[in-house]
Design a protein. Sequence first.
Length: 750
Amino acid sequence: MAELHDLIKDLALILVVAGAVTLIFKQLKQPLVLGYIVAGFLVGPHMPYTMHVMDKADIQTWADIGVMFLLFSLGLDFSFKKILKMGLSPVIATITIITSMIILGVSVGEGFGWSRMNSIFLGGMLAMSSTTIIYKAFDDMGLRQQHFAGLVMSVLILEDILAIVMMVMLSALANGNSPDGGQMIGSVVRIGFFLVLWFVVGLFVIPTFLRNTRKLMTDETLVVVSLGLCCLMAWISSTVGFSPAFGAFIMGSILAETIEADKIVRLVEPVKSLFGAIFFVSVGMLVDPGILMQYAIPILVLVCTILLGQGIFGTAGFMLSGQPLKTAMRCGFSMAQIGEFAFIIASLGLSLGVISSFLYPVVVAVSVITTFLTPYMIRFSEPCYNRVEHILPKRWSRWLDHLGTAHQNTVFEQSNWKRLLRKMMVSTLIYFILCVAITTLMFTFFLPFVRSFLPHWWANGVCGVLLLAFLSPFLRSMIMKHNHSDEFRALWVESRLNRLPLMFTLLVRVAIVAGLLFYICNYLARFANAIVITLALLIIVLMILSRSLKKRSIRLERLFVKNLRSREIAAQVQGRRRPLYEGRLLDRDIHISDFEIPRDSKWAGKTLLQLRFRNRFGVHVSSVLRGLQRMNIPNGETIVFPGDRLQVIGNDDQLRAFAQALKGELVAEDDHIEDREMKLRKFKLTENSVLIGKSLKESGIRDEYNCMVVGLEEGQRNLTAVNPAHIFKEGDIIWVVGEQRSLLLLNAIN
């Protein structure tokens, strides 16, 4: 018999220990991530008293796969539209917090005399708060429905995105061995180009592919196709110089815009959980108690740096984004920990060989300590605010408390100029990147191929004609897009002074297109500049006048928009999309939260009129979501069922009271569940039975004795249904269903 491979033995050891430890952590109501780290420590080489993993190289390979699937799942939860709808406030808060924490982390590393790369990577680790840990803390403390929790989650989403960008930049710095400013700018440009290109191309190809194969997609094929696309994009990302995890995230974000996204999330969850567990276990395997003792002082200093840094700079970031002081402090104090991305960045530094081995266990220890302190920091925010408010002058306190309201009112008062310029910049950037990508591919691959069998100038001509045919819809859209929009027309009619700037926006876009065409013609033809420019301008005029190109560009754009909004449209049809007016309530300290009715709720089966939510809690139920149905503005006769999702409008205090009542008003468990067993018994009516001479309706068998007659026996085999008007007589044999105690009472009167 063949001997079992060491990889299988290691996997068995990891999963068994991880399962046992996480069960203990679940009982202690601690994050499972910490349980995985402890399990890794127990099976690691630094714990001599227990069994340990034999082949760490194989486990590291699995851990790398785990990182890839973790970021793929993160991408599935990410939405570019969601980021755009957040507005500028979370962006300001995120950039402020990350920049401040990176500078703080680098300064602390330099203060300890660590190398430049150690300090830079340390700054990146300290800047990333843990989405998993914060979400778990909010859920355990019943704060997830509150307004400030939503602000924190918005910033965490942006932090996760910037963490991906940071990983790519750190990789570029590590390969260059020096933090050069030009290299960093080049990395950012490459990242932006890669993101926009693959997102736009992906939204043309992948949703269309899934839509056309929807009838063939079973759960099994969908999970195989999804993971295959994830690995394909990871390979492409690695080929062009980025990390595989970055490519996996991009594919996840593309699939997040499809109708199948929710189904993919559900199907991929077990795979992500398995490989994610292996990754966090591999993190724990690198924890060395000797190093922790040696670096005890830096660990404590880093813990204090995170607590104070997030408390101060986190609060400042949220205040700069327009939140009042109290809300900003609750948000900033909630983010005082590091988690999964700190481990991923540390793993990246180790794999690139640019950070010291001691830094990994130090960061893990800091993460464990700050995780345990997270609930206490959240609770400490309000007493700290009360103390600060007591110290500050009254005038400053009033100004800070009203800062948020003043800022939020500007969200819905954007001028036509701002909206028009934003739309023009986004569309021009997208079409320009697509044109550059197509041009690069044609010059890199197609032109050399054509030159292999055609004369030089003929090959250039063929390539130029095909390239212009491919680019023409995008170039036309770059020039003409938004020229007939509502904002453009309103500004044109509003004042003659607007017309010159509006024409200037058109000329800028024409100049961009002319520059691109000039480059193409000059690359292929080598004519004099005047001829090339004239040719470019003639082509632009032809594109503007071409109705067929207009139809092609509109058709392509409609396909893109259809793919982009397919998931959103499906959510509207199925009643899963939040109301559009939700954001307009925030400046009045009122927002909407979803609550699901538990299966054992006392509210189930009652009408909204009976439950009196408005009188009891001051909230309003705007919608009831049941399966694929959405009942908007339900009336008092609407019955609540288990599994219903209620969309409730109220302020933080009202929604907190509603959530507590929802969790508290439950049907108690039956202590005598064994006595509730239903049994079937046969009764033969005797001459002394009180049922003789009564009809089934008059007998009270159902109402008084809580039993049910299921049939009347006639002969050996026949059992007939009993008519409610049937009069019982002596000798009748009836079959009755009921609980044991009810059947005994019924037998006593027979």
